[in-house]
Design a protein around this ligand. Sequence first.
Ligand SMILES: [Zn+2]
Length: 304
Amino acid sequence: MLWKGRRQSDNVEDDRSDSGGGLGGGSPGQFRIPIGGRAGGGGSIFLVILVVLAGWYFGFDPSTILGGGDGGGGLITDNSGGGQDSGAGTPANDEMKQFVATVLAETEDTWTGIFKSQGLTYEDPKLVLFSGQVRSACGFASAAAGPFYCPGDRKVYLDMTFFQQLDQQFGASGEFARAYVIAHEIGHHVQNLTGIMSKFNQMRQSMGEVEANQMSVRIELQADCFAGVWAHYTDQKGILEQGDIESALNAAKQIGDDTLQKKAQGYVVPESFNHGTSQQRQTWLARGYKSGKLSDCNTLSGPI
Ligand SMILES: [Zn+2]
């Protein structure tokens, strides 16, 4: 990705020096990205999706949430497993931070344009860089939990050592694999702004675990599709390089639930999937990328 020299977002908060480092060795298993739900904006560019999902759209309660911690409050967590040593002592303005700030700026520009075209206003999220562990409106999280988006404070949380983990542990190398991870989290922000996430969190209160997992997969695949939509517009700017899309698709493959479970335990338990299989994740990322249309990201009904 030809990102150098492009605009960097001001919405990066660098909290790396605040946290204790070195939470190692998370449990292997799911790729876990907390999402939960405070109500987002009102109007919806996903009207089509929401009409299909009419049942979802009514009567959500913006006040629910995430008072803290995993329990009960609608926080879904997905764990990428295995933490690495945190990158304590990383210089405040290192190149990776600049990369993250640039990708974030690209998502801001793209989603601002998409929302505007629908007569809506995109509100930029913050992206918090942390090291080891962090406190968010969604509770306390360690780097082992992987990057996550917290709807309660509208922030993406990222310990950049996850990128090394992607590369070394998951076999997903490349800059654009990293950009995809960020874009996926931003996809959750879009879901938050459009009210999809809060509806989901409300619904899952009354769901059994298997059903909630199935719904989680749909939400996650939509975030992948939104990441693809972002990649589509980024490609149109002429800043993608050969192999970029492939590296994002490979990342989607490597963090598929079935692939992660096979690696971690040698077998898969489909009922426990909460992000989608490798094939599903690749399919939806590719679908968003191909058309750039949100209407192609309806993962919430029909076959996935
Ligand atoms: Zn996610």
